[in-house]
Write a protein that binds this ligand. Structure first.
Ligand SMILES: NC(=O)c1ccc[n+]([C@@H]2O[C@H](COP(=O)([O-])OP(=O)(O)OC[C@H]3O[C@@H](n4cnc5c(N)ncnc54)[C@H](OP(=O)(O)O)[C@@H]3O)[C@@H](O)[C@H]2O)c1
Length: 295
């Protein structure tokens, strides 16, 4: 980002006419806000969520060129059906949907809910669409990735379940994935880029749902509005000159609030060996192999 750039806001989103964006988790929180801003900027927005009726209702309030499509990231058959049903190329894939600190449970494919919904579902979706993504893939992580470890016991089968740490593992996985995807795209000579982003702390349904003391401490105090929280994600998705393999977050204290800027993620998230291991494991678990042969 140029040093002179201050306070980038939604009005700075470049015209999106003629561009198609897929937003996952578009029926609420940040996903709804992303869809709203992108549609206003002229994009065709494919709002992908597990509840199509709720998403359609949100799409109607937004107007513009929006459409609701069913996608359940906690079910690989739904991910495949969504990808199969998508016509044409997309410019931006926004891997935004996620569950946050939910009770222990498994996805349709038997994965722990956080790693399944937040990482393995988007991993599969991106792999199925990657040849059709023209511009960039944005993957939404969290500042809480710093609490994450990628364990051999990825699915929390052999240790006491701790929901915030399960969430943190999945958000670390998001970063490892985003950076590894960039390395692989680059190695294949593709112009498509992969960018990570996080919203800081933003008052969405997902953020409010957890009223425990632990949740309040981990979520980090006062939350900014979804309008502000969405800005780093919008910047990552639309700003010209964003580097593949970068992470965009808020510029405020401890990356909790503020306007978009390039931010640092922790050293573990940049561990290329760990990223490769997770990638190979994700391919085995999902059965999705990326065909990133040089073009
Ligand atoms: N808010 C924050 O402070 C904060 C901080 C750091 C990172 N984030 C990240 O920001 C992203 C958006 O979260 P948010 O704050 O906007 O929370 P939110 O309001 O709870 O929205 C999450 C979205 O993900 C969808 N989703 C959940 N499970 C899904 C599944 N199996 N398949 C498809 N969609 C599914 C939800 O759909 P349903 O309505 O059907 O559940 C909802 O649309 C997440 O990746 C989250 O980790 C948020």
């Amino acid at each position: 980002m140029p040093a002179t750039h201050i306070d980038w806001t939604a009005v700075d989103v470049p015209a999106q006419n003629g561009r198609t964006v897929v937003v996952t988790g578009a029926n609420s929180g940040l996903g709804a806000q992303l869809s709203r801003v992108l549609a206003r900027a002229g994009a065709r927005v494919i709002m992908a969520s597990r509840n199509v009726d709720a998403t359609r209702a949100v799409a109607e309030t937004i107007g513009g060129n929006t459409e609701a499509r069913r996608l359940d990231l906690a079910d690989l058959s739904s991910v495949r059906a969504f990808a199969d049903g998508l016509d044409g190329d997309v410019d931006v894939l926004m891997n935004n949907a996620g569950v946050m600190a939910v009770p222990k449970g498994v996805t349709a494919d038997g994965f722990e809910r956080h790693i399944g919904t937040n990482h393995l579902g988007p991993f599969a979706l991106t792999g199925l669409l990657i040849d059709r993504v023209r511009d960039r893939v944005v993957t939404v992580s969290s500042g809480l990735h710093v609490l994450g470890r990628v364990r051999d016991d990825l699915n929390w089968e052999n240790r006491r379940y701790q929901r915030w740490f399960a969430y943190a593992q999945s958000k670390l996985a998001n970063l490892l994935f985003a950076y590894e995807l960039q390395r692989r795209l680059e190695a294949a000579g593709r112009s498509t880029i992969s960018v990570a982003a996080h919203p800081g702390v933003s008052a969405t349904e997902g953020q409010r749902r957890d009223t425990s003391l632990q949740g309040k401490i981990l979520a980090g105090g006062r939350a900014q509005s979804p309008e502000m929280g969405a800005l780093p994600l919008l910047y990552a998705a639309t700003a010209p000159g964003v580097d593949g393999g970068s992470c965009i977050g808020p510029d405020g204290l401890m990356q909790r609030n503020g306007h978009p800027t390039v931010v640092r993620s922790n050293r573990r998230s940049r561990d290329a060996a760990l990223a490769t291991q997770l990638w190979e494991r994700s391919e085995r678990l999902t059965g999705i192999r990326y065909a990133l042969d040089p073009r």
